[in-house]
Design a protein around this ligand. Structure first.
Ligand code: HEC
Ligand code: HEC
Ligand code: HEC
Ligand code: HEC
Ligand code: HEC
Length: 385
């Protein structure tokens, strides 16, 4: 009987949640919470047994795991598939890619193909010192706040074997860094204003792009699972000049961009990218948060399909669009290169969480396909642009 009621609640829950503006306040608490880890310690399919934080029936990963499709029967977006996605992108993974490839227990277990989040994969043995993000610079977040809460990653304690990457919180990507794990997104599932919002001035974690505190963007209704060039998430970027005139200090004029999200942990890769002492080509690391030039090879972005937004090599926009009306076109001279032009946030079927295969062979002279780096560096594959 208990089970039947639960199934009915789950059915109602999924109806409510697929209705667009999902809101945890609309359904019974027992669909997600258990008061004493009681009722046989129920958990969502594939989830974690035992009592959980916030009296939840499952962990972040447990609730956000599923075999196939975009969302679980209970309406949670799936970021950790248990059936191998064939590839990344439409009908395979959500926008962030997938933890499948890095997952030690239910996935392919390849360290290099995703963020080694606690509960998904053991510490990445290739990343030294252990657990410290490549390009780490504490100064990037020291003393910063959002909505009165600390945005300082690690709270000054540092990265070591006991302090590993989590989904949210002090050592995580979602929410603030004020307190660990669920503390970073406290209450957000209950106040999520919707899963398909245009976020241009966030004041809360729930109101930020995908619970990424302070980050702006346009959310796609099904987290990009049915993405096309004309319908997809939009990312926010800024053409920063102040943050890149030194190879010695990372400074940030804008903390709202999707690339700044990454910079919170990989700071030097974002800030310390050019060297003004060098005349001509100033870059010492690949630039992000700069405008794609409207000149030279860059003007020809996506040469196989004249300036059409390439889902494998997306760009950010200098203003968050209200909707996707103009999603399909990339405008050199306006749009902006970002970390996600080349990487997925969660994981991918390529090393370094890349969105595309990093090779020259597929692009030898005479090869007619311009993919990966060649979507922007249109003159580098031996073809005439
Ligand atoms: C769809 C799933 C879902 C349902 C249904 C749900 N909750 Fe939650 N609740 C969560 C999640 C996930 C968290 C932890 C993350 C967060 O706070 O966003 C949470 C956190 C909480 C918290 C801690 C919030 C905080 O500020 O730290 C309380 C209290 C709570 N829920 C009460 C309730 C009550 C009461 C109900 C029923 C009216 C309910 N929940 C129904 C998913 C749900
Ligand atoms: C009890 C199950 C449950 C747990 C635990 C849970 N979530 Fe969710 N989560 C959901 C559901 C259901 C939704 C979709 C409804 C919504 O957007 O509020 C969701 C939505 C989200 C979204 C998408 C919000 C958007 O804008 O579309 C993010 C991001 C997210 N969760 C992150 C987390 C993180 C991080 C944790 C752990 C700290 C977590 N969740 C724990 C069930 C859960
Ligand atoms: C809260 C900190 C944090 C944030 C934010 C963060 N990362 Fe990481 N990242 C790490 C840590 C820790 C590692 C090293 C351990 C591992 O591989 O997971 C890492 C590793 C990586 C790697 C190398 C993976 C490998 O196995 O070789 C890439 C690529 C990467 N991150 C890209 C990104 C991108 C892109 C973003 C923004 C979408 C981002 N990171 C945001 C903490 C973070
Ligand atoms: C132009 C494409 C491109 C952009 C943009 C880009 N990356 Fe990378 N990134 C790569 C490639 C390719 C690698 C593989 C290793 C290499 O060539 O250094 C890599 C490697 C990494 C690594 C792993 C380094 C290691 O030592 O294991 C991290 C972390 C990373 N990138 C983070 C970022 C962050 C953060 C941003 C934005 C500030 C970013 N990347 C922007 C292409 C890019
Ligand atoms: C989204 C577009 C985009 C993608 C994808 C991209 N780049 Fe770039 N790249 C740029 C821009 C823009 C510049 C800086 C142009 C300028 O100087 O104004 C740049 C600069 C460079 C430079 C330095 C050039 C110089 O003049 O100093 C190198 C080298 C480079 N990219 C290599 C790569 C490689 C390798 C890849 C693939 C892993 C890649 N890029 C992918 C846009 C891109």
């Amino acid at each position: 009987m208990k089970r039947t009621i639960l199934i009915m609640f789950m059915a109602i829950l999924s109806m409510v949640l697929t209705y667009g503006n999902a809101d945890a306040q609309l359904v019974l608490c027992s669909a997600c919470h258990t008061m004493h880890d009681s009722q046989d310690g129920q958990e969502w399919p594939g989830g974690a047994a035992g009592p959980q934080q916030r009296l939840l029936i499952d962990s972040c990963i447990g609730c956000h795991t599923g075999a196939t499709g975009a969302e679980t029967a209970d309406g949670a977006p799936i970021v950790n598939h248990t059936t191998p996605p064939t590839d990344q992108g439409a009908s395979e993974t959500l926008a962030g890619g997938d933890f499948y490839w890095v997952n030690d227990t239910t996935g392919a277990g390849d360290d290099t193909m995703g963020h080694n989040v606690v509960g998904i994969a053991a510490a990445d043995a290739n990343i030294l010192p252990v657990n410290t993000p490549p390009g780490w610079d504490q100064a990037v977040t020291t003393g910063t706040t959002f909505n009165g809460l600390s945005m300082q990653v690690t709270q000054g304690v540092g990265w070591d074997a006991s302090n590993r990457l989590t989904c949210a919180g002090t050592y995580g990507c979602h929410g603030t860094h004020q307190s660990p794990d669920f503390g970073g997104i406290t209450g957000s599932h209950h106040t999520n204003v919707g899963s398909s919002d245009s976020v241009s001035a966030p004041t809360t974690v729930a109101g930020s792009y995908r619970f990424l505190a302070n980050i702006k963007g346009l959310e796609n209704a099904d987290w990009n699972f049915a993405e096309t060039a004309a319908s997809h998430n939009e990312y926010f970027g800024a053409n920063l000049t102040a943050n890149r005139d030194s190879v010695a200090t990372a400074d940030f004029g804008n903390r709202d961009t999707i690339s700044y999200l990454c910079a919170q942990c990989h700071g030097t890769f974002h800030g310390e990218i050019d060297d003004d002492a060098v005349a001509g080509g100033p870059w010492v690391r690949h630039p992000t948060d700069i405008t794609l030039p409207a000149s030279g090879e860059y003007a020809d972005y996506n040469p196989d399909n004249g300036n059409v937004y390439n889902l494998d090599v997306p760009v950010a926009r200098p203003a968050v669009p209200a909707d996707c009306t103009n999603c399909a076109t990339v405008t050199p001279g306006t749009d902006i290169i970002m970390c996600l032009s080349c990487h997925r946030a969660h994981g991918s079927n390529e090393p370094d969480l890349l969105r595309f295969t990093y090779d020259m062979e597929a692009n030898v002279p005479g090869d007619t396909v311009d993919d990966g780096c060649f979507v922007c560096h249109t003159a580098k594959n031996g073809d005439t642009p």
